[in-house]
Design a protein around this ligand. Sequence first.
Ligand code: HEC
Length: 151
Amino acid sequence: MRLQRPYWSRLAALVLSGSSLWSGLAWAADEAVLRPRVPIDKIEEARTWTNPFPSTEDNIEKGKALFHGKAFCVTCHGRDGKGLGDIEGLRGKLPRNFTDKVWQAARTDGELLWILKNGSPGTDMASFVPLILTEEEAWQVLLYVRSFGRP
Ligand code: HEC
């Protein structure tokens, strides 16, 4: 019985320090997520690329089929686009949460296409064009990715 008190107070201290660590990490994660992924010497050009497809229901549906089908984006980014955190063997960075409106606003369509062509260096986000997707299909998938950012 005499041992119980120090045990609980130590536990409380642990929980408290844990929660402040978490809020610190959450803030750091936001900053880290918003940092541009396209290398500085490529970003100016990438930002000039624009999606040739209008955001119609039909084109978004085509993108959705690719997202769930041959491009298997869903296996990491999830059905709800929020990004799965429990994938085994993921190196460091979590798959992006596409419902994050601040992130959506921080990226141009051209930057996202650059990522689909080149991947995000040093992460599990691989390159999909041209091996798995044509450039046209990549633009359609991106219309679907953008649709997660809308209410
Ligand atoms: C193997 C898991 C995996 C698959 C499959 C995958 N992604 Fe990702 N994706 C990631 C990870 C991890 C990140 C975060 C990379 C980073 O933080 O730089 C990411 C980031 C992204 C980003 C954000 C890049 C940015 O500028 O912030 C986009 C857009 C994206 N993925 C689209 C897709 C699309 C579209 C597909 C399917 C064609 C796909 N991803 C398939 C793991 C995956």
